[in-house]
Design a protein around this ligand. Structure first.
Ligand code: 8X3
Length: 252
């Protein structure tokens, strides 16, 4: 009997999380699909159910009790999580820090940092107990290089970078691998959310060059989770082909 790995993916209803779920299903990895949008969750689960076993957890990573309850209440067989992909996260606004909207700041720090912590804190003991596991944190090039008007988003992703390193320090002794993934310009709902539904402005972000697709990031994640036990892929940075730095993009 083939033993299937189990992955829990946050933010699985869109973008990188969704593409990763699809890639994992193609590789026979059973899925705990997590997200805020219930209809999208069940639609995705339905579409993957002929390939692998799936279960949906409907929560907002920013809501600590919701996160803890949902994960703790998983049936025992599903608690044997081999792979955690912390993909939930967003940017809200792009403005000089002195004009920043504090609600935007809360949303970014709560989602990108606190949310990742709540989910990880609940899942990590299961991995420690089994002395195996792999945590993939979706950071950003913004976590490595700060750009104008992005201070708080960049700070939230710099926190993810630090958490990946910290997790590696504390969890390696339990056979748990940590992979930090830092994508540049990926074409997802990212800019639409950042610009609060302004689709014209969001579209301009990806104009005149070929942006990274969520599937490209999923490929990198798949590579990291398929390396032998003797190898840890610690960090992957992806820029678009036309991108030299977070804000340096050569457009046609
Ligand atoms: C997304 C990439 O460069 O827009 O995290 O911040 S960037």
């Amino acid at each position: 009997m083939t033993i299937h790995r189990i992955a829990l993916i946050t933010g699985s209803t869109s973008g990188i999380g969704r593409a990763t779920a699809i890639a994992f299903a193609q590789n026979g990895i059973d899925l705990i699909l997590c997200g805020r949008r219930e209809d999208r969750l069940s639609e995705l689960a339905q579409s993957l159910s002929s390939q692998v076993k799936t279960i949906c957890l409907n929560f907002d990573v920013r809501n600590r009790p919701e996160v803890v309850d949902a994960i703790q209440q998983l049936p025992d067989a599903w608690k044997k999580i081999d792979i955690l992909v912390n993909s939930a996260g967003n940017a809200h606004g792009l403005s000089p820090i002195q004009d920043g909207d504090m609600d935007d700041w809360d949303a970014m720090m709560d989602g990108n940092v606190q949310g990742l912590l709540y989910v990880s804190r609940t899942v990590m003991p299961f991995m420690v107990e089994r002395k195996t596991g792999h945590i993939i944190n979706i950071s950003s090039v913004a976590g490595k290089w700060v750009y104008p008007n992005g201070a708080v988003y960049c700070a939230s992703k710099a926190a993810v970078e630090a958490l990946s390193e910290g997790m590696r320090h504390d969890l390696t002794q339990y056979g748990i691998k940590i992979t930090n993934i830092a994508p540049g310009a990926v074409e997802t709902e990212f800019s639409l959310v950042r610009f609060k539904g302004d689709s014209e402005r969001a579209k301009k972000v990806y104009d005149g060059f070929e942006a990274i697709q969520p599937e490209d990031v999923a490929d990198a994640i798949l590579y990291a989770v398929n390396t032998p036990k003797r190898v840890t892929i610690a960090d992957i940075v992806l820029f678009a082909g036309a991108q030299a730095a977070p804000t340096v993009i050569y457009r046609k």
